[in-house]
Design a protein around this ligand. Structure first.
Ligand code: HAM
Length: 412
């Protein structure tokens, strides 16, 4: 039996890696334009960092975390998301003094989910957190960053922005009471998961995939009926701001998100092209999280985008860079070719040396790797201090003096 990767994890290489890198590089460069600085937090954190913040009844905390006790007896968890870790870093690093604080992160995350297309147990996100502003301008800016990213990747037309407001504490408390009163009438028919949530986190029932739950919640009161004036004004300003930027959205009153820390803005860019894994990029406002974790209360808003899902939506796989192939004929030429390759690489060129095979085979390899040019170095060339350069697309060959080669290649 060949050794296999763990279920839900995969090796990323070749075309997959190029698509993956394209998503990360695009996100990083767009983030820079919005003033985001990169932060790399540890992959492991104390379990408490996630447990309290994401919510005990969330799927992530109740079923999906990779948690273990380390040799020192500490409860440790592989990060299932970025927000709690970045908020922890914001507090530990004393960044509270320097607001607004805009942090970009990328890397692996771990959730013990049922693997399928676009859903893995080790997956990757590009993640943006904007901490400091309570103003709706921050929500607009963060959503516009997400929209610009999807646009730059050429996948915006395959996605739709779904938007909701989870309201402030007062609106949510009023709604919670109304929802519990309604759902209690159907208590015996609810799924086991939903029964559990009825007391602890009834809003999560709206997100249930269970068919009976769905029928019951279809007629449940909706949060918007309980918005107070502050919530209404904030949500209206958000919509006006997005409209002014030409960003289209659909209001989805059922969008509650699977994590407990959100208030006001909740959003997801969804797609029809990935089967049941329809969320490509998702986030919202989380004004209470940093205070709850022991920091000075600091409002914040952000989102995480699934790299694998964005990569799957790309229309074209970014091409591999075209190298220059080096083909030498004879032992003496081999040493010269190594020297030349070293020199050209130090000047920034990508050089591929075939290690073995006759010159014919080496030329074949140059074709196979899609070389832009091939440098041929044999006895004749050595004698005359030159290199034969074959331009692969044109099929033309030309002898070039070694001293002028750099100049010549710069023009190819
Ligand atoms: P999330 O909705 O849990 O939010 O994840 C964000 C995105 O990560 C999803 O929309 C999806 O594209 C991707 N994703 C999630 N789980 C998987 C998986 N198992 N396999 C592949 N891709 C997946 C958060 O993580 C929040 N921390 C986002 C946020 C940042 N909110 C505020 N700031």
């Amino acid at each position: 039996m060949k050794p296999q990767p763990i279920r839900g994890t995969r090796d990323i290489f070749g075309e997959d890696m190029r698509s993956f890198q394209h998503v990360v590089n695009t996100a990083r460069s767009i983030g820079l334009r919005f003033g985001f600085e990169e932060i790399a937090t540890p992959i492991i954190e104390f379990t408490q960092t996630f447990k309290r913040t994401l919510g005990d009844t969330s799927d992530i905390v109740s079923k999906e975390m990779y948690s273990f006790e380390d040799r020192g007896g500490e409860g440790i968890t592989l990060r299932p998301e970025f927000t709690a870790g970045v908020a922890r870093a914001f507090i530990s690093g004393g960044m509270t003094q320097n607001l607004p604080c805009k942090l970009f992160s990328t890397g692996p995350l771990f959730r013990y989910e049922r693997p399928q297309k676009g859903r893995y147990r080790q997956f990757h996100q590009v993640n943006f957190e904007l901490m400091g502003p309570k103003e709706v301008e921050a929500d607009i800016e963060v959503i516009s960053l997400a929209a610009m990213l999807l646009d730059a990747l050429g996948i915006a037309s395959k996605t739709e922005l779904e938007l909701n407001s989870l309201g402030d504490d007062e609106s949510r408390a009023a709604y919670r009471d109304a929802l519990v009163a309604y759902l209690s009438k159907y208590k015996n028919d609810l799924s086991e998961d939903s029964k559990q949530r009825l007391e602890r986190n009834p809003m999560r029932i709206l997100d249930s995939k269970d068919e009976t739950d769905k029928k019951i919640t279809a007629d449940a009161p909706t949060l918007d009926e309980y918005y107070n004036d502050t919530t209404k004004a904030f949500f209206a300003d958000l919509q006006n701001g997005l409209t002014a930027l030409g960003i289209r959205y659909r209001i989805n009153p059922k969008l509650v998100r699977g994590l407990d820390y959100y208030c006001h803005t909740a959003f997801e860019f969804t797609t029809q092209d990935l089967g049941s894994q329809n969320a490509v990029l998702a986030g919202g406002r989380y004004d209470k999280l940093i205070g709850m974790m022991g920091g000075t209360e600091t409002p914040a808003v952000g989102f995480g985008g699934g790299i694998e899902r964005m990569a799957l939506l790309l229309d074209t796989i970014p091409a591999a860079p075209r190298p220059i192939a080096s083909v030498h004929i004879g032992e003496e030429a081999e040493r010269e070719a190594q020297k030349l390759a070293y020199h050209l690489r130090s000047e920034g060129f990508t050089i591929d040396i075939a290690y073995n095979g006759n010159p014919g085979k080496r030329m074949k390899r140059a074709n196979k790797i899609n070389a832009i040019a091939t440098l041929i170095l044999g006895e004749d060339e050595l004698k005359s201090g030159s290199v034969t350069v074959k331009q692969m697309d044109l099929g033309t060959e030309e002898k070039v003096a070694t001293g002028t080669l750099l100049d010549w290649l710069g023009r190819v």
